[in-house]
Design a binder for this molecule. Sequence first.
Ligand code: FES
Ligand code: FE2
Length: 456
Amino acid sequence: MNNNSNPDLEMLSVPISYSVDAYISEDYARAERDKLWRKVWLQAGREEDIPHVGDFITFEIKDDSVILLRTAEDQISAYHNACPHRGRRLVDVPTGARNAKGHRKQFVCGFHGWRFDKDGNNTHIPHVEDWQGVLTPECTSLSKVNVGTWGGWIWINLDPDCEPLERYLDPVPEMLTPFELQNMRYRWRKWGVFNCNWKVAMEAFNETYHVQTTHPEFNQYGAFRGWAKSHGLHSNIGYERPKDMDANQAAKLRISDSAADPRIATAEMQNYTWTKANTNTTETLVKAANRLVDELPEGTPGDKVLQHWLASARADDATRGVIWPSVDPEHVGKSGTAWQVFPNFQIGHAVNNMLCYSARPYGDDPNKCIFEAAVYELFPKDGVPKTEWEFCPPTEEAWCYVLSQDFSNMEAVQQGMKSAGFRGPQPNPYMERSTANLHNNLAKYMGTGKPQIIKK
Ligand code: FES
Ligand SMILES: [Fe+2]
């Protein structure tokens, strides 16, 4: 990786542009396998996907498939999903499924019957004597993959010499650990194959600049200015809030005093978000919002409405054993509404729910990607819903209205960027810094595509 020495570019506080190759070039898409996907830490699943010793899931990224196996109550191991004999995948992903999953005491290759224990050691080779004694554990065991956990996710790195996960993720853990994301569980999780590059899909969500136009309905709930900040490899986004709204504990709330009656505006926005986005809120929050007109007198200012609403929702949840973490309001403000973990994972965090996106390539085709979104929530221990990855076309019926608004831009961006007349993306230096940051870092990994400062 070449070091980028221009401090303006590192801060990304200046207007920049870069080549569209990252989105549309087949050569670039092919090169990503070795230069990017085999070098970075990737979110590959959730710890609760494999609760018991012997449970496994696979994670597929371009040509690589990785088996994530719980090998002890507090230990997860990862192996390349390839038999060391002649390379057969040890575990097949069922047709149409996102990944394989199951429970095994041992893995038996379906081709010639080589066997492996949970630690990846070979335990049986039919007619082993035919190899004349040359087969050592080094050449018959499963190849290991670096694995780590943070935030309740399982992370893998295909580079044997990679840096430690904690260092790679810095400063994301410091900023998000107070939100106790590891305690949240899926409310729903969906995936699909979309007609755009994986970066186009991620960039539909890593900025707030699009909200006023793509989601015009939200404008009625107040217009807060969005920001984006780069933090080395990663970045975050958020909204600037008026001073009197420090108590805002749930991200993405844009209720303002400018609304006619903040009690009603809060309830309306919650109901809209619940029914039209199915993200970023919970039933408890919606119910508490709907009680505001009964519980507070007319004329209650916005910040008091917000405080009361969040306190009563917090208390409601506590009665059913759902305890929200308490996070210092200043920290909440700094953490913003979402983090972009390089290269392809976004965490939209809050104290009691979160919305996460990821996108990865679909083979070598730069015009397609596998897109995923999952909503998580704090549930009572015995009230965690059973969910599976649901394959969905990018429609309103499958994903709800608000996400379909975002999807409506994706294929059109992919097409427009191929136009002979398109000069290259010019992201907003303040609100779309996360996109600039992504490409600045991609350029370091890929050795090409370094953003250029746009001069007057
Ligand atoms: S390829 Fe696995 S046993 Fe032959
Ligand atoms: Fe959006």
